[in-house]
Design a protein. Sequence first.
Length: 162
Amino acid sequence: MSAWHLAQLNTAALRHGIDSPEMADFVAALDAVNALADVAPGFVWRLTDDSGNATALRPFGADRIVNLSVWTDLAALRSYVYRSAHADVLRRRREWFDPSGSVSVLWWVPSGHVPGLDEARTRAEELAVAGPGPTAFTFGQPYEPPEQSSRGVPSRGPMADA
């Protein structure tokens, strides 16, 4: 078992109210997409509200929905996002969400740690201010998980195969 897991936060700015007819296909797909995540190889945890998803949680503004989850590694998350039925919903995102109001950030957490929304907000802010780095990065510019060097100091760097 790895000492590190990958956390991810996505926020999406709604083009329409979540209960509007324009959002009906997205809302109808939520349960299936979440169920797919729950059984996907490498899935660890996801933030939910009383409905089993997180659409009622609006910590980043009334017009933004949030997704926060933890995966064993980048390959598992990438496979779920781009190579499962989730990709079908992802292709339609511009119908439902304003890309200029969306945020996506990844970061490593110790295995067993469940990140909270405050931690996720901090990572999103780090990414916005400093760009991708070892503590807040993107699919396009990922970083390796921290590893303990011989002197006990974490060594981090960009992933060579990304």
